[in-house]
Design a protein around this ligand. Structure first.
Ligand SMILES: *Cc1c(COP(=O)(O)O)cnc(C)c1O
Length: 389
């Protein structure tokens, strides 16, 4: 690729030796930490060096991804193709979808809840106690009425509790915030079951959002996926791009129905554009990253990665069980739930944990030898504890 650096080398500002050293140290540290984590849903098997020339430009996807305003230094063509890919993958209604590349799952969820509130100002949000921690904050931002629903032991929403709660709250439009891969156990709320509850209770007006931050990249590639997309009844879907696909910077997408968005779009003369997105100036590199990833992998490449991550998860689960550790997972997930190891192990292997349990997430690019090393350390630690008691 052409050298696109606009500065002559002699005009490039240089760092002091000390500052260069700090960057070198950060690089070394990043290499080590990156190789060791196994409890976070962020894939490691990527290389975006091809895109580095674009770091030398002022790129900004300000405003609506489908509108060209007065500012032209953007990657909106690529963003549109990324969104078209997901529209098809998630069976969005033809010619009636809209969405954009976000800074991550949280922004997508905020957008979806905002849209739902504008459509149904009288709405109440229903979400399970296993929902991502950001949901409460988003509901506070938006000042929306809400109801937390119990979860089943596997992390899925408790449909009985949802039914009973809906029954006694008939004065307000239900806005369902469904977890499609809960944070701790990757449990998926079944939106077909949720729709059936609506039918059973005679509720005609409601909104369903699928928070598919991690699983949104797995479910389209497995047999008998649990229902979560537009064909199953979702009104909006979010995905985190840096999770299953993998990206050096956090990113994601939110996709919804165009006729819904059109009802709340506002035009802004200053940028000659529509103020449809949560932020004004928007990252133009992340659409390029997602585009590059999707184009270079293709559907077959993604399918291969899904198969390989699921197969690795099964191998690791077998090893944990063989070592006498009570580990389990939900079907078709890459998340293994297990008792909480000591703080030493939790920190060494960067394992996300609650008070009582932890999980491993077997993303692509994980070093399986290191996972096996962790299992040995964990088993030995438990052995010692047993002997001591
Ligand atoms: C990670 C995650 C989020 C938040 O996504 P970010 O990209 O970190 O903002 C929301 N919901 C679920 C289920 C997640 O796993």
């Amino acid at each position: 690729m052409m050298n696109t650096n606009s500065l002559a080398p002699e005009a490039m500002p240089t760092l002091s030796i000390e500052d260069q050293q700090r960057l070198d140290d950060l690089l070394t540290q990043s290499l080590v930490l990156n190789d060791n984590y196994m409890g976070y849903p962020a894939a490691k098997d990527f290389n975006y060096e091809f895109l580095t020339p674009f770091l030398n430009f002022q790129l900004n996807n300000i405003g609506d991804p489908f509108v060209t305003g007065t500012w032209r230094g953007d990657t909106k063509q690529f963003e549109q193709e990324v969104m078209a890919f997901f529209a098809e993958l998630y069976h969005a209604p033809k010619d009636n979808w809209w969405g954009y590349v976000t800074n991550g799952g949280t922004e997508g969820n905020l957008y979806a809840l905002y849209l739902a509130r504008e459509l149904y100002p009288d709405g109440t949000v229903y979400f399970s106690q296993d929902s991502h921690y950001s949901v409460n904050k988003n509901l506070q931002f938006l000042n929306m009425r809400n109801n937390m629903i119990r979860s089943l032991p596997n992390g899925e929403i408790d449909y009985e509790d949802l039914r009973e709660t809906l029954k006694v709250n008939t004065d307000s439009t239900p806005i369902i915030f469904a977890n499609i891969g809960s944070t701790m156990t990757e449990a998926r709320d079944d939106i077909k079951k949720i729709k059936n509850i609506m039918i059973e209770l005679g509720i005609e007006r409601y909104y369903i959002h699928s928070d598919a931050a991690l699983s949104g990249m797995i479910l389209p590639f497995v047999d008998n996926p649990s229902p979560f997309d537009f064909a199953d009844g979702a009104d909006s879907i979010t995905l985190s791009g840096h999770k299953f696909l993998g990206s050096p910077i956090p990113c994601g997408i939110v996709i919804t129905k165009k006729d819904m968005v059109d009802r709340i779009a506002r035009s802004v003369a200053y940028i000659g554009n529509l103020d449809t997105t949560v932020t004004g100036s928007r990252n133009a590199l992340s659409p390029l990253i997602l585009w590059y990833r999707i184009r270079s992998l293709g559907l077959e490449g993604i399918q291969r990665r899904v198969n390989s991550a699921l197969a690795m998860t099964e191998r690791v689960l077998d090893k944990l069980k063989a070592a006498g550790i009570e580990a389990w997972r939900n079907p078709n997930t890459i998340t293994i739930v297990m008792p909480r190891p000591s703080d030493t192990l939790v920190n060494r292997w960067q394992i996300a944990s609650t008070e009582s349990f932890s999980h491993l997430i077997l993303v692509n690019g994980i070093n399986e030898a290191k996972v096996n090393q962790f299992i040995e350390e964990f088993a030995a630690e438990r052995q010692r504890k047993e002997e001591a008691s």
